[in-house]
Unconditional design. Sequence first.
Length: 312
Amino acid sequence: MPTVSLCLLTYNRASVLRRTLDSLLAQQYQDFELIINDDCSSDATPSIAQEYERRDARVRYCRNPTNLRYAGNQNAAAERATGEFIAYVHDGDVYYPNMVQLWVEALRQNPTAGIVFNALDVHEEHGITAAQHRHDYPPLIRGLTLFDEMITASSSPIFGIVMLRASTLKQLGAFDVTLPVLADVDMWLRLLLHHDAAYVSTPLFSVMPREVGHINRPPLVNWGVQAERDRIYVINLARRFGGWSRVPIDARRALLRKRLGENGSALVRCLLKGGFKEALAGLKVMTAGRPFGTTVDLAEALQAVSMNRIVH
């Protein structure tokens, strides 16, 4: 069996699929299988994937019988993987030749780490580098330290492109299919309650721009994603402390300030740009829930605690 299972998640992005496949097959580290997990695409994805499957014995094309969406496709990919390490990669992005090598080394050198992530480049159209996301993290980060940082962060420092130990993923269970966009953020928070994280400070891939209309490129604000993030944070705070009633008041207040501030800023942005329907949707998100403007009832947070013990 290969050491690494590269799980490429793809759906209806045939126009950018080749550049991703070429960069993955050009990795310096060679002991891997590349599983193309097609979430029932209706474009030319099957023919392109099958072409690469014929060309390289490491490539395996798997098509879901129905569209499972992001979390479901991640779960299907994990079931198909046979490697000691499972890496999730996305269609359209470009991966640098040393990525898999540095990921494997990081997990080998840090036995308490269940996941490895890294700095990354972000590109705009025409290949222009728009930003570089780099953090001042050490090579090994204590899991609960990173959890506490992430729980009120505006965005996750751990992107959806990572490598995990297969044993860790098996222990944690499936990605939550009730979270259509941010199931990976929920999984990383669940993981950090019990495992440390390894970090590579060198950019290892480029996130390429999504086309207009893609779910990760909304015209103004994707309030569904905002609500989903709020739900994830509330539920995982309850997991962190073994129940919502045990969450320290300071942690609740920090989450309140952060989420209301960010949702409020997004609301103002909609109004300034004339997005009155979007602003109305935002008001519904901010007033629908009971705990400090989120869309989650406290009782739901309590019921959602799957790891029913206090984590220190």
